[in-house]
Structure formats: C-alpha cells, structure tokens
Design a protein around this ligand. Structure first.
Ligand code: F6R
Length: 359
C-alpha cells in the first residue's frame, strides 16, 4: 500500500536504498563474492559478445550495463531496442549470449526477440522483477531483481535494481574470465555506498522540489545532457520527466547539442547537465557554457569532485561505473515534483500502461 505517500512513484524512489541493500544481501556473500548460479556463468563465459535487449527504461538500464560489462569483463556488449530487433535481427557474432532486461517480464517487443533467440538456439538470460513472468519462463536463465512490486507506471527502483544486478553479473563473469578490474572490485562496498548515497539524495528531496517548481513546472521543454555514463542516464532522466510531466524533454550526448539542437535553446530553457566522468568533465562544462550564453537555465547534477557552486546538486561519492545509481535519483525526483506540482496523476500518466503487451 502507499501508506503515508500520496503517490507510489515517490514511495518507490524512497525504497531504492533498501532495494540496493536487499540485492547486495541476495547476490553477494560475506566476502563480497557474487552468488550467481554457476550454470549462468558457465554459459555466458563462453560468449564472445553480449547482446542486451529491452524497451524504455529497461533499455536505458542496458545502456549503463554495456559500460559496466565492457569495463569489468572485456566482452564487447551491444544494446538494442527490442522493438527494432524483432523483425530485423542484428548480425551475430559466433557465440552470442542474450540478456533481456524487463521489469514486468511481459513486454511484447522483448518477447518477439526472445522467440527468435530461442529459434536460433542462442542462450539467454532474463533479468526481471516478476518471478514466473513470460520472459523469465521462455529464456534459458533468470535472475530476479527482487525490487518488490513496482506500481507507479514510471519505472524507478526497477531501473536501479537492473543496473545493480548487471553489476553483480559483470563481477561474477569478469572474475571467471580472470579480469583484473573485476577481481579488485569491491562491489559490496559500492552497493553499500549506493544505498547510503541514494538515502542522502532522497533525504534532500526538498531541494529538487524547489528546482522543479522554479525551472520545470512552467516550461514547455527541457534538455538533459551528459557524456559517457551520464549520457546513458540523460536518456533515462529525459524519459522520466516527459512521461510523468508532459514536458517535452530530450536526453543528449552533451557535445551533440551544438550539431543542431542548440537552436532550440532560448532564454529560460531548462538544461539539466550531468557530470561524473573525470575524463570529459571539462568538455561538458564547455557545453554548459554554450547553452548558458544562449540564455539556458542550467541545473547541474554533479559528482562530488565536480561541484562548482551552491546551486549544484552534488552526488555523494561513488565509483564512476556505478554512478548511474546516484545520478538518476535527483532526475527521478525532478520528474516526480514536476508532475505532482502540475497537478497531474503522477502514478498513471495519460496514454500509458504499466506493462506493454502489444507490439
Ligand atoms: C518508463 C517505463 C517503460 C518501461 C518499458 C519496458 O518509466 O516504465 O519505458 O520501462 O515499457 O517495460 P519492462 O521493463 O516491463 O519490459
């Protein structure tokens, strides 16, 4: 039940620290070693390439997963929209392994890809929140998110659970493959830091409400920009805001704005900039200057090392490869407050259903 909450979405955002702790307990032992069915690791360690398929928010979790898998396992990883792959199957490597990300386990677009996957005899794993769901039953293997029921149409805790569970799998797989980064990775500590960090962010939700009221509620449009991991999160942040607030929003690779879209920036256009990547932080700052000089109102969500002024939303410290777990939370809160303060039904945005069982 919603308890004291007006909407499930905020309840589910607030539950994310618990989801991280639960996932850590379920999937890591006391020494921080992953507890993943060895059959899954046997199968996937034979793969020369991973293919992640999903839709919507789960697709965005896959974009984060690609970065994590490639860093900690060294296996090239592709991420695709299930709806695009179903009837135009991608070129395959010799030994592909497919991963399906799906909160509901019922998404029709993903089921089409899995059917074809099975027809071709490609091994697969579904990461889902729903035990016994169709995509879970039809894939070779399943890993459960264990995020608890997600009721709000806009997905929040399932996204962070998908990111964290992909990290568990990457650690297990990377260790099996002898990857040094994976061996040295204290994932248990990272998940504990994620839980604490998310807690700090949700405790500071009033600041996000103020920013949403000041910059978003009255705006017709908004942009999210970032590079690397932050680009992946920018796409999810933009989807979250548009689906619940009806503000037209786009997520962009920060440098791409100047290749066309910057013509949309006017006085007061909200631009939310995400910075966690030390390699590209200065470049993104340059892109922020470009939009500021054209009148944009910039909200910055930045890692601890990149804070510049008091208005920045500063993220608690975390491993860059896990930073999506923190960066997304202020974006979820901005979306929530933009919707609520516009007087909308946050949990049931128009035209949307919780699980999309048509193609
Ligand atoms: C957005 C959202 C959708 C779903 C998408 C896939 O907040 O919830 O974009 O992520 O419909 O659903 P699942 O994960 O159930 O396959």
């Amino acid at each position: 039940s919603k308890g004291a909450y007006e909407f499930y979405m905020l309840k589910e955002i607030d539950e994310q620290p618990g989801v991280m702790r639960h996932l850590s307990q379920n999937y890591l032992d006391n020494d921080g070693q992953p507890k993943v069915d060895s059959k899954i690791i046997d199968a996937i360690s034979k793969a020369d390439r991973l293919y992640i398929f999903a839709a919507g928010t789960s697709y965005h979790a896959g974009l984060v997963g690609k970065i994590i898998f490639e860093h900690y396992t060294g296996i090239p990883t592709e991420v695709g929209l299930a709806s695009e792959a179903g009837y135009h199957f991608p070129m395959m490597s010799k030994h592909p392994f497919f991963i399906f990300l799906t909160q509901s386990g019922e998404t029709a677009d993903s089921r089409v890809v899995l059917k074809e996957t099975n027809k071709r005899g490609i091994p697969s794993l579904t990461m889902t929140n729903v035990a016994g769901s169709t995509l879970s039953r039809e894939a070779t293997y399943t890993m459960l998110l264990g995020a608890g029921p997600e009721i709000a149409v806009a997905s929040t805790k399932a996204y962070t659970a998908q990111v964290a569970l992909q990290a568990v799998l990457a650690k297990a797989l990377g260790e099996r493959l002898g990857n040094k980064e994976a061996k040295n990775w204290d994932l248990r500590k990272d998940l504990a830091m994620a839980a604490e960090g998310i807690q700090q962010l949700v405790d500071g939700k009033e600041k996000l409400k103020k920013l949403a009221d000041k910059y978003l509620v009255k705006s017709r449009n908004a942009f999210y920009i970032g590079r690397g991991m932050d680009y992946a999160v920018a796409l999810e942040a933009a989807l979250k805001l548009k689906e619940v607030s009806y503000i037209q929003t786009e997520g962009f690779a920060a440098a791409e704005l100047k290749h066309g879209t910057i013509s949309l920036i006017e006085k007061g256009t909200p631009v939310v900039a995400l910075i966690n990547d030390p390699v590209t932080a200065d470049l993104t700052r340059g892109n922020i200057q470009e939009v500021v000089s054209r009148g944009a109102s910039v909200i910055k969500i930045v890692g601890k090392d990149f804070a510049e002024d008091g208005d920045d939303i500063v993220l608690p410290e975390i491993n860059y490869y896990m930073s999506a777990l923190l960066t997304v939370v202020p974006a979820q809160l901005l979306a929530y407050y933009a919707s609520k303060d516009k007087g909308l039904d946050v949990d049931k945005p128009r035209n949307l259903a919780k699980s999309v069982t048509v193609e």
